[in-house]
Design a protein around this ligand. Structure first.
Ligand code: KDG
Length: 312
């Protein structure tokens, strides 16, 4: 396995007309969930990925599992939970591309995830472990599960990639800052948005945020700057990597997960860090042109000619 990730996936409903959801009459049913988004994007780029979670033992649970499994992601460690339901969420589309998100996920099946759900041998086989700041926000048992996975990864000397993905609808700024700072400090690679970095470190500029995050275990920090690209930072080294221009942004959700997949794909292909950030920018940019989270992620064959990435 190249990358294993863990977190909640949900059925996503997007309205077929713009404007407030109260006036929307028809919705499309899609898939959302930062971790499975990343796993799907990575699978399309040709890598072996596994997704660990709990789903309700219900129709939506089967829908979510089938879509993710159909994308080639290993779902063998997904537990169908008879005591709770699969979560859903709605996305209200906005002209600028930043959607309004409405969750219906409290006490969902995934919030019952616990350290006992983790098959250590399975996790230990992955080259990279991908974690986000969403899972520890779901419940105390979810938070303990993330700490347990960090422990397993440390024991097996695996590389942990952390995307803070701060969701302030799930917890307070203070609690998020405290827990996510702690997880960031125990991760090897941190991929953070600028606002998230500001909340985690109390610093303002991308340079200062990166320097602060490098004081933990991390050897590589990338600060995502939207269409301006990203700042790549390592001990004693910082470099801006330009972004890709996207003319018409429909929906920004899923772009950060695509970025993580692109970066990991670069690492798995043996690219240098700059090339990995370039690929991350590309995959993130592809996600922007569609209203679903995952529909825009490209297949490796779309990006390549004779096995070479044609956009680089
Ligand atoms: O990154 C996209 C995610 O935000 C979306 O799919 C829903 O996982 C989700 C969340 O918790 O916000």
């Amino acid at each position: 396995m190249d990358v294993i990730t863990i977190g909640e996936s949900m059925v996503l409903f997007t309205p077929q007309s713009p404007g407030p959801l109260r006036f929307a009459n028809t919705f499309e049913k899609k898939l959302g969930g930062a971790e499975s988004n990343m796993a799907i994007a990575l699978s399309r780029l040709g890598h072996q990925t596994g997704w660990i979670s709990r789903l309700g033992d219900d129709e939506f649970g089967l829908y979510v599992r089938n879509i993710i499994r159909g994308e080639g992601v290993d779902t063998s460690r997904v537990i169908f939970d008879k005591s709770s339901q699969t979560a859903v969420f709605f996305k209200g589309m906005n002209p600028g591309g930043d959607p309004n998100i409405y969750y219906y996920r409290r006490k969902s099946a995934a919030s019952n995830l616990s350290p006992d759900d983790i098959d250590e041998d399975y996790v230990a086989k992955a080259k990279y472990i991908h974690l986000t700041g969403i899972t520890p926000a779901l419940s105390l048992t979810c938070r303990n599960t993330i700490y347990h996975v960090l422990h397993v990864a440390k024991k097996n000397r695996q590389t942990v990639v952390f995307d803070p993905n701060i969701r302030l609808k799930l917890w307070s700024k203070q609690e998020a800052g405290h827990v996510l700072q702690d997880i960031a400090k125990q991760s090897d690679i941190v991929l953070s948005g600028i606002d998230e970095g500001q909340l985690l470190t109390g610093k303002d500029t991308p340079e200062d945020i990166a320097n602060n995050l490098l004081q933990g275990k991390a050897h590589t920090v990338v600060i995502k700057l939207g269409d301006k690209g990203a700042l790549l930072a390592k001990e004693g080294y910082q470099q801006y990597v330009p972004g890709m221009k996207v003319n018409h942004v429909v929906d920004t959700a899923g772009a950060g997960d695509g970025f993580a997949a692109g970066f990991l794909s670069g690492c798995l292909r043996g690219y240098d860090d700059i090339q990995s950030v370039e690929l991350a920018n590309q995959i993130g940019a592809h996600a922007l042109s569609v209203s679903g989270d995952v529909e825009g992620y490209p297949y490796w064959s779309q990006l390549t000619s004779n096995g070479e990435n044609i956009l680089r």
